[in-house]
Design a protein. Structure first.
Length: 252
């Protein structure tokens, strides 16, 4: 808890909240506009349901989430790179494991802000436009997006902690965002499961079906529970591996 409290105190000197606010605001405006436009142009034969709203909004989040994750990881690592803070912490007896896990916990908590905001605002906008709310599906979507952050944030964080030039971490996040938009368009779920940047789209409970340039239907994701479990396992594995690599590198 002490290590976590220290990470939170460091945020007071950071401009992270401004960046997070801008990214979250962009995502909400984009998702809201897409929701309203898609409902206005919905094809005949396609029901305006929670699944339809989720299918449209997930594409926006799949692009933004990896970028936000990389930015958060970069800013959390900046304190140690910009000063002798890392050496001081280790000299004071803080373990490498607690340092990394405290930063990862902080990063995941921060990355949950745009997730909660997206799900809440999108649901409110849909309800205001007469779309009946499926609370179960909405909760599944929210849980999936939160779990999807773990693996890619662990990867971004270890890169940010090990490499002083943060351009690498930010580039990985940007490329990951582009990669995340390819799920089930050019890449099947069975392949996406090994690419953490595709997890936000992979764990969406529904898929939009396209035909002749328009949405022709909504299909539930088969084996969603299995994919969720695999993503959790991958997240824990990525965390353990990233922490181990971080500890070995800074010991040299």
């Amino acid at each position: 808890m002490k290590a976590l409290g220290l990470e939170i105190s460091k945020l007071k000197r950071s401009r992270l909240w401004l960046t997070l606010g801008l990214a979250t605001g962009l995502e909400l405006v984009w998702a809201t506009a897409l929701t309203v436009i898609s409902l206005a142009r919905i094809s005949s034969g396609v029901a305006a349901t929670t699944g339809y709203i989720i299918g449209n909004a997930t594409g926006v989040h799949s692009l933004i989430a990896p970028i936000v994750s990389a930015v958060v990881a970069s800013r959390l690592a900046a304190t140690e790179h910009d000063s002798t803070m890392l050496s001081q912490l280790l000299a004071d007896g803080q373990s490498r494991t607690s340092l990394f896990l405290a930063k990862l916990t902080t990063a995941l908590a921060i990355c949950s802000v745009p997730v909660i905001a997206l799900v809440s605002i999108t649901t409110l906008v849909a309800t205001a436009n007469g779309v009946p709310t499926d609370l179960g599906m909405t909760a599944t979507w929210l849980g999936g997006l939160l779990v999807a952050n773990i693996a890619m944030t662990a990867i971004h964080l270890v890169l940010a902690m090990l490499v002083q030039r943060q351009a690498l971490t930010l580039t990985v996040g940007a490329l990951g965002g582009l990669l995340g938009t390819l799920t089930d368009i050019f890449m099947p779920s069975s392949v996406a499961i090994v690419l953490p940047w595709q997890y936000p789209a992979l764990l969406s409970p529904v898929r939009l079906v396209f035909g002749e340039g328009t949405t022709t239907g909504i299909a539930p994701l088969e084996h969603l529970g299995a994919y969720t479990l695999l993503v959790i396992v991958m997240g824990l594995a990525a965390t353990a591996l990233a922490q181990a690599v971080f500890s070995r590198q800074i010991t040299r």
